[in-house]
Write a protein that binds this ligand. Structure first.
Ligand SMILES: Cc1ncc(COP(=O)(O)OP(=O)(O)O)c(N)n1
Ligand SMILES: Cc1ncsc1CCOP(=O)(O)O
Ligand SMILES: [Mg+2]
Length: 229
């Protein structure tokens, strides 16, 4: 990448952001990602975390496989937490939280790659921006089954508060987001939704991703209309 990603391009990548690892998938992870991409997923985060998470060579092989799928689909491939892995793979970016390596240090290591930072408060959001974040991951907006150590549920109000405080960086809402909740997340100020279970646990993965994406796009263009879908 020749420079930092433009906010308007970042916002589009955040519309239907799938966070995924082998632990979350009912079907084979590469199959899940293929289907999700066919449904219009706009960015993927590789998050290989949890009790039965892969490590070593199998983890690396899965990461490469998913990265290739993203490459062919023309969407960014982001690595959760592990900056070394992101650099080794030449991934498009990294997502870090408040308990991970600090954002300014990660920015210095990854150059112009995409940097996503989790923020739970206006203060954390402002610091992340100063430290070079390209987007903020805000949540959990609703209760989640996919992260044991998640912060307290914040509700869509946190998105309103951040926007009201003048935070205009691209934001993705995360945590317990289902198709019925997309509109209120977008209307509250998010540019898109990041999901694990709504896609990885769906019976029809492609249709699930497609439905979420359509609802985000409609909620951005015509707030209020997406109820009719
Ligand atoms: C898009 C997005 N937003 C938030 C998170 C959570 O990151 P973090 O708080 O570091 O927790 P872990 O995912 O590392 O368990 C995320 N991964 N993605
Ligand atoms: C990684 C993460 N960070 C905050 S909530 C969450 C889990 C989101 O998963 P789900 O979409 O299944 O609630
Ligand atoms: Mg983290």
């Amino acid at each position: 990448m020749s420079g930092r990603i433009l906010p308007e391009i970042m916002r589009r990548h955040l519309q239907m952001y799938l966070v995924v690892g082998s632990v979350n998938c009912l079907a084979e992870p590469s199959r899940v990602v293929q289907e999700a991409l066919a449904g219009g997923t706009t960015m993927i985060q590789f998050r290989e975390k949890g009790r039965s998470a892969l490590t070593g060579v199998p983890m690396l092989e899965l990461a490469r496989q998913l990265q290739d799928l993203c490459h062919y689909a023309g969407i960014p491939f982001i690595v959760n937490d592990d900056v070394e892995l992101a650099l080794e793979l030449n991934a498009d970016g990294v997502h870090i939280g408040q308990d991970d390596e600090s954002a300014d240090s990660v920015r210095a290591r990854i150059g112009n790659r995409i940097l996503g930072v989790s923020a739970h408060t206006i203060e954390e959001a402002r610091r992340a921006i100063l430290h070079g974040a390209d987007y903020l991951g805000v949540g959990p907006i609703y209760p989640t089954i996919s992260k044991d150590d998640a912060h307290a549920v914040q509700g869509p109000a946190i998105l309103y508060e951040m926007r009201k405080a003048g935070i205009d960086l691209p934001i993705v809402g995360i945590g317990g987001i289902t198709i019925d909740r997309v509109e209120e997340v977008v209307v509250a100020g998010a540019d898109g939704v990041a999901v694990i279970s709504a896609v990885t646990q769906a019976e029809q993965i492609r249709a699930a991703a497609e439905g979420l994406k359509k609802k985000v796009v409609l909620s951005i263009k015509h707030p209020g209309m997406s109820q009719k879908l």
